[in-house]
Design a protein. Sequence first.
Length: 202
Amino acid sequence: MTLDLFAPQPKTNLLPYDGDVEDYGCFISTAEAEQYFQYFLKHLAWRHDEARLYGKHFITPRQVAWYGDDHYRYAYSGIMRDSLPWDPQLLILKQQIEQTLAERFNSCLANLYQEGTQGMAWHSDGDMSLAKQTTIASLSLGATRKFCFRHLRTKEKIEMQLQSGQLIVMRGETQQHWQHAIMKSQKVIHPRINLTFRQFLL
Ligand SMILES: O=C(O)CCC(=O)C(=O)O
């Protein structure tokens, strides 16, 4: 794979220590982001996420869709999940991101938040299906949302507003030391889609 010299360059690490988060800013234009957003809203196989916590079964307002190179099956929050074959537009974006980062991704978890009252609680992407020092590329489409990191030991918080078309990349020890969350807000009335390209362990 060749490195694209004209590809967007990341800003310096957004985390002060114990991890590495790069901000590639607007990776695609606002117009392109809007086109992808409308397409994915319509064409991805959205379904409400499920979790089993303390013996109880929960269904989240947020919706998810999971795609992969192969038929992957993994357990997360006590629920078995299966990946779908790539959507062609998702594959185009994946290849564009891979070229910029000189990395390969074999799966994508898509999240759909209909409005600001839907968020994602504090968590790390550190389950058994990902390597410890995994790279995750996260592309935002649609409404701007507040995204935060919180260090597990020091509790220090780093906040950012993720905008449509913006790409951030989490690397290295980030998942071992930091949790992240999408904060809820009554003020956000528009939907948002997030695509996280991942390196699923085979
Ligand atoms: O919506 C986002 O930007 C965050 C998604 C996320 O945290 C995840 O998929 O693990």
